[in-house]
Every structure is written in C-alpha cells, then in structure tokens.
Design a protein around this ligand. Sequence first.
Ligand code: 3HC
Length: 293
Amino acid sequence: MAREFNTVGVVGLGTMGAGIVEVFARNGIDVVAVEVDEGAVEKGRGVLQHSTDRAVSRGKLSEEDQAALHGRVRFSAAMDDLADCQLVVEAVPEHLDLKKEIFGKLDTIVGPDAILATNTSSLSVTEIAVATSNPKRVVGMHFFNPAPVLQFVEVISTVVTEDEVFEDVKALAQRLGKQPVVVGDKAGFIANALLFGYLNHAVSMYESRYATREDIDAAMKLGCGYPMGPLALMDLIGLDTAYEILDTMYKQGRDRLHAPSPIIKQMVSAGLKGRKSGRGFYTYAEPGSSTVV
Ligand code: 3HC
C-alpha cells in the first residue's frame, strides 16, 4: 500500500522551495518550511504570500482557502522541527557540499521510514544520497519553475533507491496534480539536459550582439510558440541557478553547448540574477516581480 504523506518538510525557501511549499499546502498537506535563519524564513514567507495573493486577486483562490493554505504551513529556522515529517524535500542552492551537509543532518533528524528528496536540477543524487546512512530512501524530486503552475515532476532514482520509495514519490506527485516521470541520475535528467543548451545558445547570441534580447525572445515565443523567450526564461529561472546547472552539466558531459556563456557569470557577479534581484536580461518593477519596466 502506498505510504501516506500528511506532513512533509521543505528545506530552503527560495523561488523553488517556496513554490514547492505552496504546492503541498494547496493539496491539503501540512508543511514544515525551514530556512537557515529568521531573515530567510521571512523572505520565504513573503514569496508564499505574494504568490497566493496573486491567486486571490485573479479569483483563483478564495480568501478562506488562502487562510487555510497558510494555516497548513509552519515556518521554522530549526531543522529539528522536521522530525515528524514523512518526506523532506531539500531545495537549497545548487552546491553539492551544502546539500550533502543538509542530508547528513536530515538523516539523524527524521524517522527511519521517512523519505529524503532533493530538488536538485543537475547535481548527482547518488552523491547526495551517500551522505546519509541509508541511501536507499533518497530520491530526486525535481519540480519546474513556477512549481505551482507547471504540472511535471522528474523523480530521480539512483542505483540504490528502493523501488517502493520512488513508487511512493510518484504517487505523491500525482496527488499534487503533476505528471511524474522516473529517470536515472544523469546531470540535467530529461528536461534540463534538453533545455539548457538552447538557453545558453540564446545567451551567446545576445552576448555577441547577433540580435537584441527582444528579438531573440520574440523569435521563440511568437515564431515557435514557446510560452516565453529564452532570455526571459533565464530571468525566471535565475542566472545564478542557471550558471550552476550549466557548469555542472559541462563538467559532466564536456559538451560545448553547456560551457556557460561568460556573460552569465559576469551578470551574477554584478548581482543581476534575474527576476529575483529585480534585474537580469530585463529590468523588473521590483525584486520578485514579473513586470518588465
Ligand atoms: N508563481 C506562481 N504562479 C504563477 C507564477 C509564479 N511565479 N507565474 C505565473 N503564475 C500563474 C499565474 O498566476 C496564472 O495562474 P492562473 O492561470 O491560475 O490565473 C498562470 O500562472 C499564468 O500566468 P500569466 O497569465 O501571468 O502568464 P503566462 O500565461 O505567460 O504564464 C508562465 C507564465 C507560467 C511562467 C509561462 O510563461 C511559462 O510556462 N513559461 C515557461 C516556464 C518554464 O519553462 N519553466 C521551466 C524552467 S526550467 C526549470 O524550472 C528547471 C529548474 O531546474 C531550473
């Protein structure tokens, strides 16, 4: 029988983590939402508030349902509060050592039957898993940005993940209204492996002044029917995250397509991380806003 998930944890409340918290809470699951300190907790709370306020203003969520959704989320700056979770999804920045440290801690905090999942976009789930005493209960659970909107989850099974574990995570993804696919542990899994060569190519076109950002984006949006152009999508994903993904994929596959265009690193160093910082390839009304000014 599939495992019950009544209370889950999310570690890391950036763009993805806060979105994942919303997905669980919208589907009636209690969430313990953890960040490293009170300041980061408040930021995560703000992202959730902003996203659900927007749903209310669009008439997609009633104020009562919004209050109920928020009532299901307990914010905390203490990892020990995750002790009773049946599943914890980690969504911290893409640094292997940080993720390994968190999994090492989680392993000692949650009960023996709990599942540990990473939302990593490109790092090795196997390497993260072996930081725990029981790698069989570790999987990848990779959501797509914006997590409350996109109906797809990659479930990454390593050579040691127990079948029951990824079957239960697949069933959970379905309960969340997402279509799950199970993939092996290779950098980029399916979607990012296909997507990031394209995004990087668009950035290098822009960098070499081959075409303007508006024309590059219009070509793919209007000419090819994509929901948004590649440079706007880079801003949505976050240039810091995109850089880490490309760098990991390049180191693993040595495919020139994934050698990060130099301007990405320069923009990240200058604080131009995309929507989250208020400026990337485009400038936004404020950090976190989707309104281009
Ligand atoms: N958070 C929550 N909800 C959001 C949102 C956000 N950041 N952005 C948009 N939405 C919601 C809106 O509220 C709206 O909901 P509704 O239909 O219930 O009213 C719905 O999404 C549509 O939004 P809009 O009408 O404002 O705008 P669009 O129709 O242009 O859709 C989009 C916006 C959903 C972002 C769409 O442009 C899109 O799908 N873009 C492509 C995104 C994509 O490719 N993501 C994958 C990135 S790769 C990744 O995530 C992997 C990782 O490892 C990096």
